[in-house]
Structure formats: structure tokens, C-alpha cells
Write a protein that binds this ligand. Structure first.
Ligand code: XMP
Length: 510
């Protein structure tokens, strides 16, 4: 398989670079600069390397460097921003601090005719974000682009196929960024671009059919996109040797448990065990109001349910996890402060007896997981599902979680989502749902006083859920949702809309 190495020097756009390459149907992987070597790279058979940006200055002793031999390995190299300065430094060029003329933002770019800039007009706009810059290109390199403040905005050694660009071709603000990357990947590295969802599915199915032949495999299915795609993929490979366990903890949205069961069991043909554990979860949550405590209880109870399941299934050979590429990249980073203890199936390996873990999606970004899901024939509404937290409606029910409050929330939430979906506006938002606050307020219905719950509506627009903005939903849609919720859901006397970004708020209320 053709693949490109994105050698990570700590830049903020590294994932974006990897995605841009994959958008050209070429597989790419991000590897930290200190986790590989020239020999390792040569052995892996990459068709090309991209050095990423990074926050450092090449002359700092602590800044990330790489063995300069990589430039003689016969593999094309493209350095972006810090990566460009690093190439210059390795090859004997001169880098200096731009000081007061550091460039940030959209900048006019003038390019010379060259392989990297084929079909790029002489004048265009690029995105700059740097303080240091290359003052003199290293020997054997030709300067191929400049901006007003940066006389060497790009350089090239056509013979060795080594290129540096001071600007960021991966961000959309660089007008011809896509063309430049395509020139590099297709024309310079010679990639054909035949890595597709179909190819991924076929290769994976073949691989797991062989690797897992005769094995008993267990998959914890949440109904979310990742675990659903992982399950259907493995089902295609090994059929009923894959046992899927779907724990219905009673904290799912309206009709969700039944839908997951129907689609996965009846339509996709999975060997599915649904565990109806609603009662035991609710009992454990009785009287609990503190968010972190709710999350911990649900996470632990989930493990307890699996202990019971393990008694039925006996020893399994393989456990499947729906880990995806961003999880893998993130877990390589240092420990951030725990804002919320996210619940997933992380504790399962401790209670299930098994020999090994298989993570069929660990090299895919979310949109690629969705594409694989479509390829596998999973219905669109499941493939396109919004993220839904493991602790479910328990963390959208403020205060104590009771059957009655869950029923109110389910109805209100279904109405809000239906209104956004029907209006078509749902496409503008990345996650939307209702929250049942613990606040009761006075209302009036007919001629009578009411004293009911306040429902909060939440909708966010975001790229990565690390930061998010509240969605500017047109008033008419909000009005209709509010009207329907107060009319159709008993015990709700007021509806409010959450207009807080993340940060300072989080997406979920608890
Ligand atoms: P927050 O509330 O942390 O949410 O801003 C960011 C995204 O993560 C989802 N989320 C969770 N997902 N287990 C999950 O699998 C959890 O415990 C959990 N808590 C929040 C949330 O829905 C949003 O998409």
C-alpha cells in the first residue's frame, strides 16, 4: 500500500496534513520525530515524507531535530514551516528570526515555475504563521517562492526531490494549498491514490478472516458509529464467531435501544446479545446528584454487567475495541487535566478473559470510519450519528436521575432533534440535544398555574469537540421546538436555549 509519513515536530496542523493526504486517497500516518529513525523510515517503504511545523526555533538546543541522513535516503521530503527551516538547517542554510516582521495570516505569495508549483499562478495568497525564516537557502537548493517579508518562502532541490515551504499549504486559507500538496503527493512522490473505503474494507475483511479464523471474538457495541462499524466489519470477516454485546443501561435516547437492536441484529445480521440492564443502573443511581459520581457509577456498573456476560460467553480469544486514529494520536500526548472522566469500554480488558485486542479502525479518522460504514451498508442515520456520551441521559438529567425525569427528557430531546432535522438546519450543527434541568418554574396553561421543569436546548458547531461554539439556530425553529415541547411533554413549563461556547462551558452539562 502506498503511504506517506507525516513526521511530527509538534505543529498544530499535523492531523490536518495527514487528512489532506488521505483526501487524495493516499494513506498517511503521523509519527513523532523521536519515535523513528532513518533506517525505520526506509524499511517502512514510504513514498514520501512531510516534515510538519512546530513551535520551536531550530537553533534552540531543546528543539526537535532529525538525522540529516534522511535527506540522502532517496525518499522525497517536503518540509512545512518549522519543517522547512529544519531542512535548511540540516542542509547548511541560514535561518534567522524575523523579529518585528514575523508574518501571520494571509500573505501575498509569488512563485517560480517548478514541479511543486505546477499549475499555481505566479501570484496568489498563502497562510503564514512564523517568526523565524530561512535567510539563505542551502547549497544545491533553488529559491522558488517569496513574500514581501520572506525572501525565501520556498526552496527546492529537484534532483534529490527535497522541498521546503515556509507557509502552510494544508490550511484552506492558502489558495493553491491543495494543488501544491497534490503536486507533491502525485507528481513528486508518484502516488496513484488508490486507498479508498472500499479498498480498506476489502483488505481488512480479508486480513481478519485469516487472522481470526476459528477464534471467538467479543465486541462491546454501544450503537455509536465507531463500535458499529468495527462490529459490522468483523462480522463480515468472521460471521457468527463475533459475539456483540449491547448493554442497554436505560439511559439511551427515545427508541434508541430498539433501533440499534433491530438494525444490527435484523438488518446487518449480527450475532447480538442485548442486555437489558435498565433497572440495575437506575438503582445504582438512586439519590446520586453529583456529576462525577454518576459517571463513575455508570462506568463501574458497565464493567459489572460485562462480568456477568463473561460468565455466559466463557473465555473469548479476542476483544474488539472501536479505537480510532485521533484516540491513538491523543494518547501519545501528556496528561491533560481531567475535566470529566469519559466513560468508554476502557475497563473491559480487566474483567473479560481474552488473549488479544483487535482495533480494526485504529488508523482511521472519523470521516473515514463513516465512509467505511457506508461501504459496509450500515444505514445512513447510524453512520452519521452525532456523538453520544457513554453515561447517556444520566449526564443530561441534572440532579437525581429517575425514570420519570428520563421519560420527560426523552420526549423533549426527540422533539428538538426532530425539529432541527426536519428544518434541514441540523446539518449546520454537529451535536444537538435537550437537557432536563433540575429547576422547576411557574407557568400558566389554560387558566391554571403550572409548576414544571425547565428544559434547556443545546446545540454546538465544532470541528473537534475540544472547542465549540453555540449554533445560531434561526428563531423560528427554536420557537417551534419550544412550543411543541411545552405542549406535548407533560411537566415542562419552560424552555431555554444555551448560548455558551466551549470554553468556558463544556458541551454536555455534566
Ligand atoms: P464535553 O462535555 O466534554 O464533550 O465538552 C465533548 C464531546 O464528548 C462527548 N462526551 C462523551 N463521550 N463518553 C463519551 O464517549 C463520555 O463520558 C462523554 N462525555 C462527553 C460529548 O457528547 C461531546 O461530543
Amino acid at each position: 500500500m502506498e503511504k506517506i509519513l507525516v513526521l511530527d515536530f509538534g505543529g498544530q496542523y499535523n492531523q490536518l496534513i495527514a487528512r489532506r493526504v488521505r483526501e487524495m486517497n493516499v494513506y498517511s500516518e503521523i509519527v513523532p520525530y523521536n519515535k523513528t529513525s532513518v533506517a525505520g523510515i526506509a524499511e517502512a517503504g514510504y513514498k514520501g515524507i512531510i516534515f510538519t511545523g512546530g513551535p520551536n526555533s531550530v537553533y534552540d538546543e531543546s528543539s526537535p531535530h532529525f538525522d540529516a541522513e534522511i535527506l540522502n535516503a532517496g525518499i522525497p521530503v517536503l518540509g512545512i514551516c518549522y519543517g522547512c527551516q529544519l531542512i535548511a538547517y540540516m542542509a547548511g542554510g541560514e535561518i534567522c528570526s524575523a523579529g518585528s516582521v514575523s508574518e501571520y495570516g494571509k500573505t501575498g505569495l509569488t512563485v517560480k515555475k517548478s514541479t511543486l508549483f505546477a499549475d499555481v499562478p505566479e501570484k496568489s495568497v498563502c497562510w503564514m504563521s512564523h517568526t523565524d525564516y530561512v535567510r539563505t537557502a542551502p547549497g544545491g537548493f533553488e529559491i522558488t517562492a517569496a513574500t514581501a517579508n520572506c525572501p525565501c518562502a520556498a526552496f527546492a532541490d529537484e534532483e534529490r526531490k527535497i522541498y521546503g515551504v515556509q507557509f502552510h499549504p494544508e490550511v484552506t486559507h492558502t489558495e493553491y494549498g491543495g494543488r501544491i500538496l497534490e503536486n507533491y503527493i502525485k507528481n513528486i512522490c508518484g502516488c496513484r491514490g488508490d486507498w479508498t473505503a472500499e479498498d480498506f474494507v476489502n483488505t481488512s475483511v480479508e486480513k481478519y478472516r485469516e487472522e481470526l479464523a476459528g477464534k471467538k471474538v467479543l465486541c462491546a457495541l454501544s450503537g455509536g458509529v465507531d463500535s458499529s462499524v468495527a462490529a459490522v466489519l468483523l462480522h463480515k470477516a468472521i460471521g457468527s464467531n463475533l459475539i456483540c454485546v449491547f448493554v442497554d443501561h436505560g439511559l439511551l435516547r427515545k427508541d434508541e435501544g430498539d433501533t440499534v437492536e433491530r438494525v444490527m441484529k435484523n438488518e446487518m445480521g449480527l450475532n447480538l446479545i442485548r442486555v437489558n440492564a435498565q433497572k440495575r443502573f437506575l438503582e445504582k443511581l438512586e439519590g446520586v446528584t453529583e456529576p462525577e459520581k454518576k459517571r463513575k457509577i455508570i462506568g463501574e456498573e458497565f464493567i459489572r454487567v460485562f462480568e456477568d456476560v463473561a460468565k455466559q460467553t466463557g473465555k473469548v480469544d479476542v476483544l474488539v475495541q472501536g479505537t480510532i486514529y485521533p484516540d491513538v494520536i491523543e494518547s501519545g500526548k501528556g496528561d491533560a487535566a481531567v475535566i470529566k472522566s469519559h466513560h468508554n469500554v476502557g475497563g473491559l480488558p480487566d474483567v473479560i478473559e481474552f488473549e488479544k485486542i483487535v482495533e480494526p479502525l485504529k488508523n482511521l479518522f472519523k470521516d473515514e470510519v463513516r465512509a467505511a460504514g457506508r461501504q459496509l451498508g450500515i444505514p445512513e442515520y447510524l453512520v452519521n450519528r452525532q456523538p453520544f456520551p457513554g453515561p447517556g441521559l444520566a449526564i443530561r438529567t441534572i440532579g437525581e436521575v429517575t425514570e420519570e425525569k428520563l421519560a420527560i427528557l426523552r420526549e423533549a430531546d426527540a422533539i428538538f432533534r426532530e425539529e432541527l432535522d426536519c428544518s434541514g438546519f441540523g446539518k449546520e450543527a454537529n451535536q444537538y440535544f435537550a437537557v432536563l434541568t433540575d429547576c422547576r418554574t411557574v407557568g400558566v396553561m389554560g387558566d391554571a398555574r403550572t409548576y414544571g421543569y425547565t428544559v434547556a436546548l443545546r446545540s454546538v458547531t465544532t470541528d473537534d469537540f475540544m472547542t465549540a461554539d453555540w449554533t445560531r439556530i434561526p428563531f423560528e425553529i427554536l420557537a417551534k421546538a419550544s412550543n411543541r415541547i411545552t405542549n406535548e411533554v407533560r411537566s415542562v413549563s419552560r424552555v431555554v436555549y444555551d448560548i455558551t461556547a466551549k470554553p468556558p462551558a463544556t458541551v454536555e452539562w455534566e
